[in-house]
Design a protein around this ligand. Structure first.
Ligand code: R5P
Length: 310
């Protein structure tokens, strides 16, 4: 088993290599002066099982192409088996035609990864579970819920909590956490009048005087969560805590969260935000590395990954 890292999230790759007690493959991944990407593997990997770690995070197009070129280089270097470890699977939100004549990027990206030569994909909190079916190779979709559950149990008193889904699409995810915590569920009725814009219409469920825990897979511009938090506050919520797996945090999202009624936002390190979050007081990052590392170990030993979530 060997671990190769792309440039998108080296912090996480280093943590994974420590967990797995294996060195990162010696490689040279850089750009030519015109921006084209160059990948070179500097050690023999013939016959090895290789785990390539790369998030499709911003700059998404560069990181995606870097991943595809790495897979190609691994294939041409006679790796026995290539697992694309994609902690954040970008382009997943376009998973169907919402309006006519649009692309389905999640399907195209899945085709590209398979065509490049990956034998397996490991990812975390896919935007929609059914994207697994866009691949004809095995896909292991891991969940950050156990990490959030432990954090909530340590930090909050569980007797006055309600779990809130920020939109209808996130109900299954939120219900999973509310079941673990044995608390009620509320739902935000969100509409998207245009891509990147969100409007809160109503709250379904009782949030008055409650500690609200909002859960989502992605925080991008912050619009969904901040608008929902404002509505929850106006309906009498006592405190608002937010748990989100992927901190995309584009534009002025960090500032929006700082100036919002959100007491604490917890994200994971599927995306490297170390530079963005230097002065972000109400944003905390939990590492996914032990969970992901354990899953990779189990895949390598052909033991159960789903047992991690029982
Ligand atoms: C949408 O369905 C996702 O689960 C997130 O709610 C969404 O991507 C968040 O985007 P933003 O932070 O830009 O509102």
């Amino acid at each position: 088993m060997k671990l190769l890292t792309g440039n998108s999230n080296k912090h996480l790759s280093v943590k994974l290599s420590k967990y797995l007690k294996t060195k990162l493959v010696n490689s040279n991944i850089r750009k030519f002066s015109d921006g084209e990407i160059y990948v070179e593997i500097n050690e023999n990997i013939r016959g090895n099982n290789i785990f390539l770690v790369q998030s499709i995070s911003s700059p998404a197009n560069d990181n995606l192409l870097e991943m595809l070129l790495c897979i190609d280089a691994l294939k041409r270097s006679s790796a026995k088996n290539i697992t694309a470890v994609i902690p954040y699977f970008g382009y997943a939100r376009q998973d169907r035609k919402v309006v006519p004549r649009t692309s389905i990027s999640a399907k195209l990206i899945s085709n590209l990864i398979t065509k490049a030569g990956a034998d397996r994909v490991v990812t975390v909190d896919l935007h929609a579970g059914q994207i697994q079916g866009f691949f004809d190779i095995p896909v292991d979709n891991l969940y950050a819920t156990p990490i959030f559950f432990r954090h909530i149990k340590k930090k909050l008193k569980l007797n006055n909590i309600v779990c809130v889904s920020p939109d209808v699409g996130g109900v299954a995810r939120t219900r999973g956490l509310s079941k673990l915590l044995n608390v009620n569920l509320a739902i935000v009725d969100k509409r998207r009048p245009a891509p990147g814009k969100s409007e809160v219409m109503n709250i379904i469920g009782d949030v008055k005087n409650k500690i609200c825990i909002m859960v989502d897979d992605i925080i991008d511009s912050g619009g969904t969560i901040v608008n929902a938090a404002k509505m929850l506050k106006s309906k009498g919520a006592k405190e608002i805590h937010v748990y989100i797996t992927h901190g995309v945090l584009s534009g002025d999202a960090v500032k929006k969260i700082r100036n919002s009624p959100i007491k604490n936002l917890v994200i994971t390190d599927t995306i490297d935000n170390s530079k963005k979050l230097k002065n972000a007081k109400n944003i905390e990052v939990l590492s996914i590395s032990n969970l992901l590392g354990e899953a990779l170990k189990r895949i390598s030993n052909s033991t159960s990954v789903s047992d991690l979530f029982k």
